[in-house]
Design a protein around this ligand. Sequence first.
Ligand code: G6P
Length: 610
Amino acid sequence: MCGIVAYIGSKVARPILLEGLKRLEYRGYDSAGIAIIQNGHLSVQKKIGRVANLEAAIEGKPGFDGSLGLCHTRWATHGGVTDFNAHPHTDDRHGIALVHNGIIENYSALKTYLQERGHTFNSQTDTEVLAMLIGELYEGDLEKAVQGALREVTGAYAIAVICEKEPDVLVCARKGSPLLVGIGSENEYVVASDGAAIIAHTARAIHLDDYNVVKITREGFRTTDIHNTALSPKVQQLELELEQIELGGFQHFMLKEIFEQPKSVRACLGGRMDMREGRVVLGGLAAFAKDLTKAKRVILTAQGTALHAAMIGRYMLEDLAKITCTTEYASEFRYRNPVIEENTIVVAVSQSGETADTLAALHEAKERGALALGVVNVVGSSIARETDAGVYLRVGPEIGVASTKAFIGQVTVLSLISMHIARKRFMSADQCLDMMREMEAIPAKIERILEQSQRIKRITEKYVERENWLFLGRGYNYPTALEGALKLKEISYIHAEGMPAAEMKHGPIALINEGLPAVFIANKGRQYEKVMSNIQEVRSRGGHVIAVATEGDTEINKHAQDVMYIPEVCEPLSPMLAVVPLQLMAYYAAVARGHDVDKPRNLAKSVTVE
Ligand code: G6P
């Protein structure tokens, strides 16, 4: 939610800022804005809509050719989607401009205080309050004013600030929301919410920590905390390739990422399965081997797609490792006073590693003495840094707002963790080997499903006008049904419900009318016959059944109007195949309906507010 880019150097800042902002658009795209200092004068432009609108608005406009500036793409929280509420926000005295990602929780009290001191506000945002507060405290030293203001605020922020009166200074700070300082070779610095906006310029960067304030000039930078104590942050190498964040011939990032899934699973498995010893090797968990062996309970916590992956992980941990396991929305876990007994492990599952709800749940779990593990994609993200240990997904940057390859990566890692723990408890080397061979075969099996994409597209287009869909599955594929429904909702704005196939007859069956599309995950497995009965219940009420079935199952054609086949696979790993046709269905439905697949309305890739 919300992306920030700032630049100071010797080049014209505008193209660097706008290019970076386009790469961060997945973080929010309600509005965009830019502020540039040229010849000691501040120019600001804000526009609702996409970065392209902003670009057009400043095309050829004077004042935007300086080499110091900042910009922002917004996902609205406080205040509607208007030009006024867009960032940057400015103060009313010194020509200060600020962009912000996060929420200033005590903005209302601060606003009253500032109004009493004669400041007038133009927007309804919490961010404008911070800009005004910095202005109120400004006495000729921007760094000092920012530190002072941040001592007064509560909440979360990643900010970049410039001031007309100091035309060679950029000040940035972070608490709770991510911010990286990219260090270029020719006295230039690109600051951004994530590496995607930096990597075209440099791979050397600093991940700011909470309460870090950095003052950057063309001569260098210094980092302090908000009390002005000097710090020495570590310069790291960004593990990101430019091609990973480009479309590479695909029409949308979502489609590219769906097609990348075989590669994602291979990358995720790489070096983690010891086929000679029949065991899973997870370096990140090595120091906690004893805790894993004696664990009595695992709580998997996440939001959205990551929660669906966690639900599959739960089935595996209980099935394979025989540990009591529960899953929970992080947002609920955080606030319901959970009981955490001794030997409990809490696993935070998150693509971005920045989801505020998941981060808050993690803090709560640590506070109550649990061992906190992370299953995270983004290296160096907040969750990755705050957990005691963890396992990275290694699927590369996911840019499509609707999560696909991260889901596959999360299920892969959770399978590995389950096998790793199982092997320490009940699983024999041979059983582990069998499962690892199944894992190894997954990428090629996903490739076989992807080869059917045109057929899946044709099936989807038959039903795309329908406004209500059901997704049904049992056992390991109940979470897959939830994920199929979520994908369809997110990008095609079709109402879809996912549920256990058996639950349908306890209420949702009332929804079935002539032609309602019901997608059943009906692969061969323990519950196949039962799923067939549920299919009959839909058919006899006029619903249209689209089945995800196992290759070679000819019987299914008697029951379902349309069938999408997946290769044979062991049950615990079947969601990794069954989800692929559902992802493709959602994608083709959104394209057929003319939606912007990578930027669905109202959503943000990473939600950094609770
Ligand atoms: C947002 C995104 C979802 C994502 C969820 C959790 O709601 O729109 O696609 O699944 O956050 O994100 P995380 O980064 O924690 O996996």
